[in-house]
Design a protein around this ligand. Structure first.
Ligand code: F1X
Ligand code: MG
Length: 283
């Protein structure tokens, strides 16, 4: 069985690379901006086309009905977002769509694979930087085939923390997000950063470029691949309340070390977010 997933892992890397090429060559014409949950939650034809290419390639390779799929744009178009025990691909075809539309150089293809609800491997291709991050459970984490590992910084005062504002602009959430950022900044830490794509933020923790990243509002497809990469790079994953990491909860903190994670958790002002696997709200 071990080797079986190795083939799927290797194939996922090639699919991510091909998807990244499609994103890079997407012409001006295709970057027709549409919106989803709000006027600042963007999607383009490229997101939809690239997701179809990824899922099509995987179905061609492994069989039409062999695996399940959770894709950001498929879910947006009404597909269920339920993680079963069946082998399941969890896909964000374009993580950082706003960056993509603006030409801000952080856009990632995120592909993860879970069996019996356990993440087996994750691939994040930062396609404008040409950085292929990958990790398979128990086999280490890599960037362009170089082994990567989290930072060894334990002193919060010597850390950089990634915090993102996401796409919700409701005053009560924005206030909590910025109040949390202010408290962390004034610990003080060396700095706050954010790439604008959760998958890339996860990889920045895994390479040791920053010490932690937390966010309430992300989706399973943003973080599933990065979760394996961080785990294999020696990092930790928790819920923002310090409890166990929950892929479908739409909130998490990832860090190089539990000391850093616990110090950040003290400052996070939590607000509710609807789970990815919540029953679809009938309007
Ligand atoms: O809709 P996209 O582009 O796939 O998602 C972009 C995203 O992953 O980056 C932000 C920062 O982490 C998150 O809030 C958001 O989910
Ligand atoms: Mg996306």
């Amino acid at each position: 069985v071990d080797d079986m997933w190795q083939k799927a892992y290797d194939f996922a890397v090639e699919v991510a690379r091909k998807a990244g090429e499609e994103i890079r060559k997407a012409g001006e014409s295709e970057i027709k901006v549409m919106t989803k949950s709000s006027s600042v939650d963007l999607v383009t034809k490229t997101d939809e086309r690239v997701e179809k290419i990824i899922i099509g390639s995987l179905k061609e390779e492994f069989g039409e009905d062999a695996h399940c799929f959770i894709g950001e744009e498929s879910v947006e178009n009404g597909e269920p977002c339920i993680l079963s025990d069946k082998p399941t691909w969890i896909i964000d075809p374009v993580d950082g769509t706003t960056n993509f539309v603006h030409g801000f150089p952080f856009v990632a293809v995120s592909i993860a694979f879970a069996v019996n609800k356990e993440l087996e491997f994750g691939v994040v291709y930062s396609c404008l930087e040409d950085k292929m991050y990958k990790a398979r459970r128990g086999k280490g984490a890599f960037c362009n085939d170089e082994k990567i590992q989290v930072s060894d910084v334990k002193d919060i005062h010597k850390s950089i923390i990634i915090s993102e504002h996401g796409t919700d602009r409701s005053p009560e959430k924005v206030t909590k997000i910025f109040s949390t950022m202010q408290k962390i900044l004034c610990i003080p830490v060396h700095g706050l950063r954010g790439s604008g794509t959760a998958a890339t933020n996860m990889c920045l923790v895994a390479t040791g470029a920053v010490e932690a990243f937390f966010e309430i509002g992300i989706h399973c497809w943003d973080i599933a691949a990065g979760a394996v990469i961080i785990q294999e790079a020696g990092g930790i994953l928790l819920d923002v309340d310090g409890g166990p990491f929950d892929l479908m909860s739409r909130r998490m903190i990832v860090a190089n070390d539990k000391i850093i994670a616990r110090r950040i958790i003290q400052e996070i002002e939590i607000f509710p977010s609807l789970r990815d696997d919540a029953p679809i709200q009938k309007h």
